[in-house]
Design a protein around this ligand. Structure first.
Ligand SMILES: Cc1cc2nc3c(=O)[nH]c(=O)nc-3n(C[C@H](O)[C@H](O)[C@H](O)COP(=O)(O)O)c2cc1C
Length: 287
């Protein structure tokens, strides 16, 4: 990605959607922080309750639906931060943007945050925005990535800053879908892939009341599936695109599994929710 990472450990998107807590989060020994998902306009997200804790499974189910204060608010925050480390900014589309105008949302997102971002993540894998995951396939994916790579080149020509473009993928892709996606990402020279977002597969959840709640599962029940996706992806991209492994990392062992599967970097979210800052300290001790 051409970025000077001090280590492999990052905070995954969705914990600080609006960039309100970047300097506080930077007090933990993260090597990089990803904020967002941010959409062009502010939006409230889905009605509450929309986030469920499954302590027995050490999992979460969420259907937040990109609740966020929009680009202008995020940028106000970015202008104020002291943090000088690697900052990823994760962008998405508004819920009320029709599918045939979604690429415009990503373009607006890219243009607006590129001056502040070390890298930009296209979130096309949240299960909680209708139609979003369609952008992981075929023509839609090709059109989206082509448009964003053009924008990246345009920004580079104007500002002489290359902002790596990262794509965040779902753990629910079939092997065939993953293979055709990898072919497009290789062809378009995407700079990084985050594997994975949350899963809509609730079969590994033992809390049967919670399992009925619609939304994406994160945490321990996601761990093996996300590692499997990293393995498959790693065989497909053959080190030509770095992989950021994410999903159910709760220990050094879990992190090493992601690295052994082919990830170069890792991100955590649910592990921090269940184990607190001590997990970050522990993980940061592995190099
Ligand atoms: C409450 C919650 C909100 C999330 N919001 C986002 C988001 O806005 N954008 C995104 O790309 N991923 C989002 N995620 C997914 C996480 O970044 C991560 O990919 C996923 O939770 C798997 O990692 P984990 O098992 O360590 O939590 C969210 C996850 C949770 C639990």
């Amino acid at each position: 990605m051409g970025l000077p990472f001090t280590g492999r450990l990052g905070l995954a998107a969705g914990l600080d959607k609006n960039g309100d807590y970047i300097d506080a989060l930077a007090a933990l020994p993260f090597d990089f922080i990803e904020v967002g998902t941010v959409t062009p306009k502010p939006q409230p997200g889905n009605p509450k309750p929309r986030l469920f804790r499954l302590p027995h499974d050490e999992a979460l189910i969420n259907r937040m639906g990109f609740n966020n204060n929009g680009l202008d608010y995020l940028i106000k925050n970015l202008k104020k931060i002291q943090y000088k480390g690697i900052l990823g900014i994760n962008i998405g589309k508004n819920a009320d943007t029709p599918q045939d105008r979604a690429i415009e949302d990503y373009l607006i997102g890219f243009q607006s945050v590129a001056p502040y971002a070390s890298y930009i993540t296209l979130n096309i894998s949240s299960p909680n925005t209708k139609g979003l995951r369609d952008f992981q396939h075929g023509d839609l994916l090709k059109k989206l990535i082509t448009a964003l790579k053009q924008e990246q080149a345009h920004f580079f020509n104007q500002q002489k800053k290359y902002v790596p473009l990262v794509v965040k993928i779902s753990p629910d892709l079939t092997a065939e879908a993953l293979a055709s996606m990898a072919a497009i990402l290789l062809e378009q020279k995407v700079d990084g892939i985050i594997a994975t977002n949350t899963t809509i597969d609730h079969s590994n959840v033992s809390d049967l009341n919670a399992a009925d709640e619609e939304g994406g599962v994160s945490g321990k029940p996601l761990r093996n599936r996300s590692t499997e996706v990293i393995k498959q992806l790693s065989a497909l991209v053959q080190k030509q695109i770095p992989i950021i492994g994410c999903g159910g990392i709760f220990s050094i062992n879990d992190a090493n599994e992601k690295l052994a599967a082919g990830a170069s970097l890792i991100q955590v979210y649910s592990g921090l929710v269940y184990q607190g800052p001590a997990l970050i300290r522990q993980l940061s001790s592995m190099k």
